[in-house]
Ligand binder design. Structure first.
Ligand SMILES: [Zn+2]
Length: 866
């Protein structure tokens, strides 16, 4: 009897121990507060630690590191599925891949694979770091899935579905936002915006990078999307303004990108309305669909799925002030959201709104999506195959057969970079093994061919063709109905690469590229006295920046340089070949895939000396994304610079700041003159209502004092570069400047051009136009067009680029072409000893428009004119 009771005690003890080991820790217990509690946030370190703990406690979750952030944090993603599936993840990833590469499968084989396979659902959270609710929710969502605390039979559902959950795809931002919030909680600045971007380079624009892959975070997630896991369903969870609907869910509104398969939109609507249905079932109010967010691609995270034949979804919760609750008075709700509508059957009446509300909505919608994926498992897998198969086999009427990217390009290294970008997005590229003809034009062997017959045809076509944004107005006198963001994005135009659309089928020997064929670079023999770098290639400038750092003697040619073995454009770099240059050059040329030429004698070449310029880049405390992208371009191309803040424009001891003493070039990225000068938007602008004061160290702008310091800087020989709207500061503040912005007061019903690509004519013999083609494609985005005049006094001006007389639009949408026809787009204004470079468009737009980088590079490498 005693023996039995001892045995019993041991068994009970073992049971308790094992349940202790196996029990999963709920996030509130781990964090010490409820998820989404008022004024409480988990930061990235805590989120990571929680997921790792859950991984140790459950066989249904596995935490993977999918990459590194820009600031070197690990990016984590949890895989959540049944334990049985967990043992066969590679098999299921492979099935996904097989279904995507549909060409080799029969319908029967695809059906079999759809039965055997598991649907992969990717949930990404808080890309926009201030939209922080989803990152918090992710912990509770994971916990509920692994413990079966779900509105469905979790065992059954997780047997069909593999959930990929990234608690945040902007970990650096998550940490910045939580640190900032904690610092100011309990002060008047609680829940206010940060003075810097919530991604080191991109801020909010980290959701415009999903075809360009500039950011390490985009790269890590894209690897999951189109290389490693190939999910059929992807949702990216966001937040929007506070006073409107409580939640936006798809379907989206018009217009759609024409190349997207209709089944994508049906799948999106099916998942979106199921989420709305489930929320309604539990009494959640204020859910809207088919408003605000369109089916026009903006290079956003979830949207990119549409072009890859996958179901791409977006959720947008109404925000609180980071973690601080807000009260919305019923009268503050917009008129359009107080009546019941079909897309909005249950208006929210107003009242208190807290972070926990957001977490609750997001838990339901995320659960609903997983359930829908389970209910339609075979359908989603098979239709993914079907869409990819049709992309390969069916060429719709009037659609191109291929695009050809000739090997002979003005800037070959940049073209190769474009191929790298296209391939990373999942595009198949071939290279011709022989000379051939297509649409009546001859192409040499080595040309790159992007056949439209490929699984991701909608994506390939959308990136390579010119966009025509549809005018949705009922009558031409109405105000334009703008797209959500850009109307045009054509990548070869942005990157300045020649690319031909081919309509008729052709046959030639093609080889599929496994990687980009970078040429092997042979450095010059090093015997000649001078090295020549062609200014048409952006990489030449990068090499020159490095050599200038080493005190190299550099000139820019005033004219073409013609020799037996090469021909270089005006502005090309002539570098004296010294032992130091010889040491550096081979490595630099290899790094930039650049060819250099040699010349023994340069006596007869007209040229100007080029000095190493000290570059300053202005950064306001209102977090300008264009400043961030400019910084990205500088870092990417190896350009040395110093960041300048408002205080640097103000002198000490009642003296004006002497900017010229420390700088040769000062760059202002696109920003409004009011923000630069006063740190506040123009009170009449539509941005004014979003303005909130910053804590004292970050208040104000460069002030009048800073403007005066800039005038002195230019007068004393400095080069002031003003990109896009920054130019308006100079036009306003520098009296007698012989230039004005003709679009300053033009009504948008008359002239409208939402982020689109326009044609300009370039004077490529002028120092700012060096290396550019005579006709170029520029990105117009809330941009300027100038009128110059005959100068007086100590002023002068040189028009570097201007819009042509007609046919200005290349991709996107342009209303009122006549307003900018024949008008300057870029002006080099001379004032006393210095220059003001007014670049009226976005020449380094989102670090995408490599084709117009040269305008900026030339301003930074302005030679001494003699
Ligand atoms: Zn967002």
């Amino acid at each position: 009897m005693k023996k039995i009771s001892v045995l019993c005690s041991i068994l009970v003890f073992l049971f308790l121990i094992s349940s202790l080991i196996l029990a999963q820790t709920p996030p509130d217990k781990f964090l010490g507060h409820e998820v989404g509690a008022d004024r409480k946030l988990a930061d990235y370190d805590q989120i990571q630690a929680y997921f790792q703990k859950l991984d140790r406690e459950s066989g249904k979750i596995k935490v993977l590191t999918i990459g590194k952030t820009t600031l070197n944090k690990p990016m984590i993603m949890a895989v959540i599925t049944s334990e049985k599936n967990m043992a066969k993840l590679d098999t299921y990833r492979n099935i996904s891949k097989q279904l995507r590469d549909a060409g080799g499968l029969t319908d029967e084989q695809a059906k079999k694979l759809s039965k055997e396979g598991k649907v992969i659902v990717f949930i990404t959270c808080s890309l926009h770091a201030t939209e922080i609710a989803a990152s918090q929710m992710s912990m509770e969502f994971a916990y509920k899935l692994v413990t079966g605390d779900t509105p469905f039979n979790a065992d059954k559902v997780l047997d069909d579905v593999i959930v990929l959950l990234a608690p945040t795809i902007n970990p650096d931002g998550e940490q910045m936002v939580t640190d900032w919030y904690r610092k100011y909680v309990g002060t008047p600045y609680e829940g206010g915006r940060m003075p810097w971007l919530y991604h080191h380079y991109a801020g909010h624009d980290n959701n415009r990078d999903w075809f360009m892959f500039n950011l390490s975070e985009t790269k890590a997630v894209t690897k999951v999307l189109y290389h490693d896991w190939i999910p059929q369903v992807h949702i990216d969870e966001h937040q929007m303004g506070s006073t409107g609907a409580r939640l936006f869910l798809p379907p989206f509104m018009d217009p759609p990108v024409p190349t997207i398969h209709p089944l994508v939109w049906r799948g999106v609507a099916l998942c979106g309305t199921n989420m709305a249905y489930d929320l309604q079932k539990y009494g959640y109010k204020g859910v809207v669909y088919a408003r605000n967010f369109t089916g026009w691609w903006i290079g956003a995270c979830d949207d990119t799925a549409w072009l890859h034949n996958s179901i791409g979804l977006l959720s947008e919760m109404a925000s609180v002030k980071t973690a601080t609750p807000i009260y919305i008075d019923p009268t503050e709700i917009p008129d359009s959201l107080i009546e019941k509508r079909i897309q909005f059957p249950d208006p929210w009446p107003g009242g208190w709104w807290r972070l926990r509300n957001l977490v609750d909505y997001e838990l339901i919608l995320s659960m609903s999506l997983v359930k829908t994926a389970h209910l339609h498992k075979e359908d989603f897998l098979y239709n993914f195959y079907k869409m990819c198969k049709e992309s390969i086999e069916i060429r719709p009427e009037g659609q191109p057969f291929a695009f050809i990217i000739p090997e002979d390009q003005r800037d070959y290294p940049t073209t190769l970079r474009m191929l790298e970008i296209l391939m990373f997005g999942g595009i198949e590229i071939h290279q011709a093994k022989e000379d051939f003809a297509a649409d009546g034009k001859l192409y040499p062997a080595g040309s790159f061919v992007v056949l439209m017959s490929q699984p991701y045809r909608p994506y390939a076509q959308s990136l390579l063709e010119k966009q025509k944004y549809p005018d949705l107005r009922e009558s031409s006198g109405d105000n334009p109905i703008p797209p959500y963001d850009n109307a045009g994005w054509t990548l070869p135009l942005q990157m300045g690469a020649a690319c031909d659309r081919i309509e008729k089928p052709f046959k030639t020997a093609l080889e599929k590229l496994e990687k980009v064929p970078y040429p092997s670079i042979t450095p010059p023999e090093q015997s000649a006295s001078y090295i020549i770098l062609d200014t048409r290639k952006n990489a030449s400038s990068s090499v020159v920046f490095s050599l200038l750092k080493e005190k190299a003697e550099v000139y820019r040619s005033k004219d073409c340089i013609k020799a037996d073995h090469f021909h270089a454009c005006p502005g090309s770099f002539i570098i004296k070949n010294t032992p130091q240059v010889q040491k550096q050059l081979p490595g630099l040329l290899k790094k930039w895939h650049l060819t250099a030429y040699e010349l023994e004698n340069v006596d007869n070449i007209p040229k100007n000396p080029l000095k190493s310029h000290r570059i300053g880049l202005y950064q306001s405390w209102r977090s300008s994304m264009d400043e961030g992208w400019t910084r990205f371009v500088f870092d990417d191309l190896g350009i040395p610079y110093t960041t300048l803040h408002n205080k640097d424009f103000k002198g000490k001891n009642k003296k004006k700041a002497d900017l010229r003493k420390s700088f040769d070039v000062i760059v202002f990225a696109d920003e409004s003159p009011e923000i630069i000068k006063e740190g506040k938007p123009d009170p009449t602008s539509r941005w004014a209502r979003y303005f909130t004061e910053m804590p004292p160290p970050y208040k104000g702008g460069i002030e009048k004092e800073g403007v005066e310091a800039l005038k002195d800087f230019v007068a004393q020989g400095g080069i002031l570069v003003c990109m896009n709207n920054a130019g308006r500061l100079v036009l306003k503040e520098f009296k007698q400047i012989p230039a004005s912005n003709i679009l300053e007061k033009v009504d948008r019903s008359k002239f409208f051009c939402p982020t689109s690509i326009l044609k300009v004519k370039v004077d490529n013999k002028s120092p700012i136009g060096y290396g550019m083609p005579k006709e170029a494609a520029v990105m117009f985005s809330r941009s300027l067009a100038f009128r110059t005049s005959v100068p007086s006094g100590e002023w002068d001006r040189q028009v570097v680029a201007s819009y042509p007389k007609e046919k200005i639009l290349m991709s996107g949408w342009l209303l009122g072409e006549k307003y900018i026809a024949r008008k300057p787009a870029l002006v080099d204004v001379k004032y006393k000893k210095g220059h003001i470079i007014l670049i009226g468009f976005r020449c380094q737009h989102r670090a995408q428009s490599h084709g117009t980088y040269k305008f900026l590079l030339n301003a930074l490498l302005y030679p001494e004119i003699n």
